[in-house]
Design a protein around this ligand. Structure first.
Ligand code: DGL
Length: 267
């Protein structure tokens, strides 16, 4: 492992590509190795032990590739498996979405009312509520889970009329609870940003945990002198446990710098 080693990053599908977009903007020199566990998508309706098993398998694969850091670009995995993944990966650092999302929500809210929209499993884990209230116990946290919103993005339908209707239906409660901050607590949801903004209007600030996570990762790399300063253009390599051709089409749709190829991964 050296400064030019890849940063491993994974999700159940396309959601983590939003994180790749954010990370590569802030860390343009870094090499990224992405795994989409498309075979096991969706994670949001699985059991905790299934999520643990899937994510452990991916982390072991990434460690086999000598990554220098691992980004869990999935809130569902982050809400359940971070302690175990950190244990397996040690001394390679593991970064999750929930702490980053909680920190940014606490920074942004003025009226101490925050909503988090996520998968049903993340919502049921109350990971966001716990993490936010660890920092400030006076903050009220409203947790909403929607698997249909996730599936909409994964299927490439985030711009259709019914996306708007579904988001409006799901966020009805958010509007009446008078929150001033809404956390996109699923990495698929930044791809629904425009629809969500349209529904919640100007009065509610929408926050994406990946912005905070990217800062955290950058600080870590700087502090440990792990930044890649090589003049060789950075590389991004994509793997999927599902259909590689299908994922390539999706990656072309969602990534700011579309890849040429997606590799199949059997784990
Ligand atoms: N994108 C993932 C998350 O942030 C999981 C979506 C799913 O597979 O249900 O939770």
């Amino acid at each position: 492992m050296n400064t030019e080693s890849f940063i491993g990053i994974f999700d159940s599908g396309v959601g983590g590509l939003a994180v790749v977009n954010t990370l590569s903007y802030l860390l343009p020199n870094e090499n990224f190795l992405y795994v989409a566990d498309s075979k096991n998508f969706p994670y949001g309706t699985k059991t905790k032990s299934q999520i643990e098993a899937f994510s452990k398998r991916i982390v072991k694969f990434l460690l086999g590739r000598n990554v220098k850091a691992i980004v869990v670009a999935c809130n569902t995995v982050s809400s359940i498996a971070i302690p175990e993944l950190k244990r397996i990966a040690y001394p390679i650092p593991v970064f999750g979405m929930i702490q980053a999302g909680a920190r940014i929500a606490v920074k942004k809210t003025k009226n101490k009312k925050v909503a988090v929209i996520s998968t049903p499993l993340t919502a049921r884990s109350h990971a966001y509520k716990k993490e936010i209230q660890k920092i400030d116990r006076d903050i009220k946290v409203f947790e909403i889970g929607s698997q249909r919103m996730v599936n909409l993005v994964e299927d490439g339908n985030s711009r259709k009329k019914y996306a708007y209707n579904l988001v409006r239906e799901k966020l009805k409660g958010v509007l009446s609870s008078k929150v001033d901050t809404l956390v996109l607590g699923c990495t698929h949801f930044p791809f629904l940003y425009k629809v969500v903004k349209n529904v919640v209007g100007e009065g509610i600030e929408i926050v994406d945990p990946s912005d905070e996570l990217a800062e955290e990762l950058k600080e870590f790399l700087e502090e440990k002198h792990f930044m890649n300063h090589s003049s060789i253009p950075s590389k991004k390599v994509f793997f999927t446990t599902g259909d590689a051709k299908e994922f390539l089409l999706k990656a072309k749709l969602f990534l700011k710098e579309p890849p040429q190829r997606v590799f199949s991964l059997m784990i």
